[in-house]
Design a binder for this molecule. Structure first.
Ligand code: SF4
Length: 191
């Protein structure tokens, strides 16, 4: 097929590039595969797990020069066999988004503004608040009629886990929650 520059622009403008290339006799699938291969050339491949829900779909992440350039479902993962739902696919934009939150945020009582704080400050605040809350709301015993039973618990603290927490981390978190004295342990995917 012989086509000039003006004709090519007309063709791509009216039919879309993919269709235009096929009109020109290109095999679109081969063109797409070559473009993908070129894009991923020299990229480091990592396997990971989608952080959104409890399904635990596997993902392949491609990183080039410290930046995520491509993300897709992992074909060999027995859970998702290469597929990702729309939420899972959207993870691709998170690492490079200028709206991504990278430090803990703190909103003082009565304030309508969030301020960035360091991780050290966040840890200190969480530890202090946990101790204060536990001491203030500790329930040592509960009365049922004339019977007083030892319960040793704190209903004012709850834990919310995330889908990227490993089994071992879940085990430790559950132990810690019991140690603090709360039964309120929830998973982010159910909230
Ligand atoms: S959010 Fe979607 S892609 Fe992620 S684990 Fe759940 S089902 Fe899989």
């Amino acid at each position: 097929m012989n086509i000039g520059r003006r004709g090519f622009l007309k063709l791509t403008g009216t039919t879309g590039l993919g269709l235009a290339l096929s009109e020109l006799g290109f095999d679109i699938q081969k063109v797409e595969a070559a473009a993908q291969e070129f894009k991923l050339k020299d990229a480091q491949e990592y396997t990971s797990v989608c952080h959104y829900c409890a399904c635990g779909c596997g993902v392949l992440a491609y990183v080039k020069e410290g930046k995520l350039i491509h993300l897709e479902g992992e074909p060999e993962n027995i859970i998702n066999e290469g597929a990702l739902c729309s939420k899972g696919v959207s993870q691709a934009v998170i690492p490079n988004s200028d709206q991504r939150i990278k430090t803990p945020l703190y909103r003082a009582p009565g304030s309508n503004k969030w301020q960035e704080i360091s991780w050290e400050e966040a840890y200190d605040r969480i530890a202090k608040k946990t101790k204060e809350t536990r001491e203030k709301y500790w329930i040592a015993t509960e009365k049922n009629g004339d019977t007083e039973t030892k319960v040793n618990r704190c209903d004012a603290i709850g834990f919310v886990g995330g889908a990227q927490i490993f089994n071992e981390e879940c085990y430790l978190l559950t132990k810690y929650a019991r140690l603090i004295g709360t039964d309120f342990i929830e998973h982010q995917a159910r909230v």
